[in-house]
Design a protein around this ligand. Structure first.
Ligand SMILES: Nc1nc2c(ncn2[C@@H]2O[C@H](COP(=O)(O)OP(=O)(O)OP(=O)(O)O)[C@@H](O)[C@H]2O)c(=O)[nH]1
Ligand SMILES: [Mg+2]
Length: 420
């Protein structure tokens, strides 16, 4: 809307001027008689001044044109308008227009907020409808049954909602297959180097009683006795667990049976000397350590210092029991961080049917698993870790082994084959 004030010697002339300048769609508010031209008030002529505004959508919608006068008249006005009366009317109209404008803004805002609310309600309703879909409910239950952490479960559910349409949820089997794949993708497997700089030094650390010594004995058998796919190599076990009588005789018994040499060391110098002494003749040193409480950082620090004697080529691996609570596993993974361990060995898998805790904690911390042990028998109860092994262990899931193996091919030749 554009206001104008035009002057001419007559009303018709002024009107024509307005039409030429602003077109036909104009609204006249009022006109008045004026004096035009002259110098210092002399020689001025009678004339007319018309005030109005160009008509547009706004005028049409809010209907402001009607009070003053209608759309431009084609002939002379019937009667000249009274200025004061028109002024009052104009003010009123201005206020009305202002009110109209502010109420329009209010309505627009209200409509916007209603739309926004409607959209978010629709989304919320859709989300909660999805959440309560039997497939997702069943999936939550299955994941909970396996002790996956709440965070892990939530991530899986969110991914389901993102990647599967609501209709697809009706096919539980298909969703389950996908979820198993996603879980498998979060299980990080430690890949052993194919070639090692001799000698390889493997150190096993971990909390008390997790099965370190038993696992060292199993590893000593894998490498020292050999198997159908791997010839034996020269192995020496070193133990720093010399104070405890039971511990000493335990590893001694294993090594005697397998005819694998064993050294006892008590401190840093001892350890350094022993490694140096057999450096050229041994392919693999397996170092068994004393179990430490992950909460005792002073003890952990002392052991770290002692193990530094193994030198930079030593590779540390951390043993953790499979049935440990997810939050405790995370704490153990964190406390043993100074040892810069390369992989985690999951022990006592045979004592639990729930693997979600381990999978959640390991994936949240980005740690790799190298071996799993599943029994007390030396040497048979140990396997190289594989995604398939974890997935087939899941409770409440219909695991199609062949499908999983296809998705996560693992080198079977690398699995330990014991000579009969
Ligand atoms: N069920 C089961 N028991 C195991 C496994 N590995 C070890 N064990 C048993 O767990 C107990 C402790 O094993 P150790 O090898 O002495 O554990 P450790 O970590 O050396 O213990 P500390 O040296 O005292 O810290 C023993 O009774 C083992 O037979 C396993 O994979 N499954
Ligand atoms: Mg031990």
């Amino acid at each position: 809307m554009e206001y104008f004030v035009e002057q001419a010697l007559s009303y018709t002339e002024c009107l024509n001027k307005i039409r030429t300048k602003y077109g036909e769609r104009v609204t006249i508010l009022y006109h008045k008689n004026i004096r035009i031209g002259g110098i210092f008030g002399l020689f001025a002529k009678d004339g007319v001044e018309i005030t109005g505004f160009t008509a547009n959508n706004y005028a049409k919608n809010v209907n402001v044109a009607t009070p003053a006068s209608s759309i431009i008249p084609s002939s002379e006005p019937k009667k000249p308008l009274d200025f004061e009366e028109e002024k009052g009317r104009l003010l009123k109209m201005g206020n009305a227009a202002k009110k109209e404008e502010s109420s329009r803004t209010k309505i627009i805002e209200e409509v916007r907020s209603i739309i926004k609310e409607a959209v978010s309600t629709t989304r919320d309703t859709a989300a909660s409808e999805q959440d309560s879909h039997p497939t997702l409910v069943r999936l939550r239950e299955a994941l909970g049954l396996n002790d996956f952490s709440q965070n892990y479960i939530q991530n899986i559910i969110e991914r389901c909602k993102k990647e599967n349409s609501f209709e697809n949820f009706n096919n539980y089997e298909a969703v389950e297959d996908k979820v198993l794949e996603w879980i498998g993708e979060t299980i990080l497997i430690y890949q052993e180097a194919k070639i090692y700089k001799k000698p390889r030094i493997m150190v096993l650390v971990g909390p008390t009683g997790v099965g370190k010594t038993t696992t060292i004995a199993k590893l000593a058998a894998i490498y020292g006795i050999g198997n159908s796919s791997k010839p034996p190599i020269s192995v020496r076990v070193i133990t720093i667990d010399t104070y405890r009588m039971g511990a000493k005789s335990q590893i001694e018994a294993y090594c005697n049976i397998m005819e694998i040499p064993l050294s006892y060391v008590e401190d840093y110098d001892d350890l350094k000397r022993t490694i140096a002494q057999y450096f050229d003749e041994v392919d693999l040193f397996l170092v068994d350590t004393i179990g430490k409480s992950p909460r005792d950082s002073a003890q952990l620090g002392e052991m770290k210092q002692l193990l530094d004697a193994c030198g930079p080529q030593a590779e540390v691996h951390l043993a953790v029991v499979a049935s440990t609570k997810s939050s405790d596993i995370k704490e153990i993974l964190r406390q043993f961080e100074p040892f810069n361990y390369r992989s985690v060995i999951i022990t006592k898998l045979d004592e639990t049917t729930r693997m979600g805790n381990v999978i959640s904690a390991m994936s949240e911390k980005g740690k790799r698993v190298s071996y799993i042990t599943d029994g007390q028998k030396v040497p048979s109860d140990i396997q190289k870790a594989s995604v398939v092994r974890f997935l087939v262990n899941l409770e409440g899931f219909h695991v199609k082994r062949s499908k999983i193996e296809e998705h996560f091919p693992h080198d079977d030749a690398e699995q330990i084959q014991w000579r009969k």
